[in-house]
Ligand binder design. Structure first.
Ligand code: B1M
Length: 210
């Protein structure tokens, strides 16, 4: 359908002023809201993701696309019940204890939300016990931890250990990322996955939820 392609392009180009009218037009044409979300709005972000990964799009442009997608979502969200809201899985995510860097983590959140995940963003400086409490409260499929400092990366290890001690480890997959993090570190501390950027973080989640 041409209108869905127009919505995809609108998201891709970050046309914030135009998206609401376009999505409303699709609603008026009788297109199912879930189709508008999946094939139009998320469809647009599915084009953005590989362009970001290959370096053809940059952080500010990806944020504009995500803002545009969220703006469009405001039109269709009231039309569907929460139960109908497409979700690939639930993720809780935060920057670990002592670390205030959140630009990369926020980008991971944006990409996950725009590609169909329900995300609980716990913010920055998230203590080990807050992650454990978050698992108990939100019952996520996946726990994500971000660290940008060599001094805080061991807090990921501490958090994984506390999740183990709390008997919750078999209920969640754990993924980690951030500038000082590597696959080797992830393997050493017993995380389930590592990704170097926001796009591959979503691909990692997709593989875990498959
Ligand atoms: Co800070 N800082 N900083 N800083 N800062 C770095 C990280 C640093 C490398 C700069 C440097 O010295 N060259 C250095 C760390 C050195 C080290 O540990 N080896 C550093 C330092 C030392 C510090 C302070 C200690 C400085 C001081 O006060 N003396 C201090 C610490 C504060 C604290 O956290 N307690 C500090 C403070 C700050 C600011 C507050 C000023 C600001 C943060 C603002 C904010 O985030 N709201 C800041 C910034 C901006 C940076 C740099 C310049 C940029 C980080 C960034 O946002 N990158 C950074 C230098 C650099 O990286 N060039 C630096 C862009 C972002 C899109 O990339 O965060 O890597 P990134 O995220 C990527 C991937 O890593 C990945 O996907 C993202 C998107 O593709 N990813 C994940 C991230 N999390 C993931 C989670 C996943 C999967 C993928 O799954 C869960």
């Amino acid at each position: 359908m041409a209108i869905l392609e127009d919505i995809q392009n609108c998201v891709l180009d970050g046309e914030l002023d135009e998206i609401k009218d376009l999505v409303q037009k699709a609603v008026d044409e009788g297109i199912d809201p879930t189709t508008i979300i999946n094939d139009g709005l998320i469809g647009g972000m599915n084009i953005v993701a590989p362009l970001f990964k290959s370096g053809e799009m940059f952080v500010p442009e990806v944020m504009e696309s995500a803002d545009t997608m969220n703006e469009g979502m405001q039109v269709v969200k009231p039309l569907i019940t929460d139960a109908d809201m497409p979700t690939k899985g639930k993720v809780i995510i935060g920057t670990v204890n002592g670390d205030l860097h959140d630009i990369g983590k926020n980008l991971v959140v944006l990409m996950m939300e725009s590609r169909g995940y329900t995300v609980v963003d716990m913010g920055v400086d998230v203590k080990e016990e807050q992650f454990v409490a978050g698992i108990k409260e939100h019952k996520p499929d996946i726990v994500g931890m971000s660290s940008l400092l060599t001094t805080t990366m061991m807090k990921i290890d501490d958090t994984v250990k506390l999740i183990n001690e709390s008997g919750l480890r078999d209920q969640v997959k754990i993924i980690i990322g951030g500038a000082p993090i590597s696959q080797e570190f992830a393997d050493d501390i017993g995380a389930d996955g590592y990704s170097e950027d926001a796009s591959t973080a979503v691909e990692l989640c997709d593989r875990m939820m498959a």
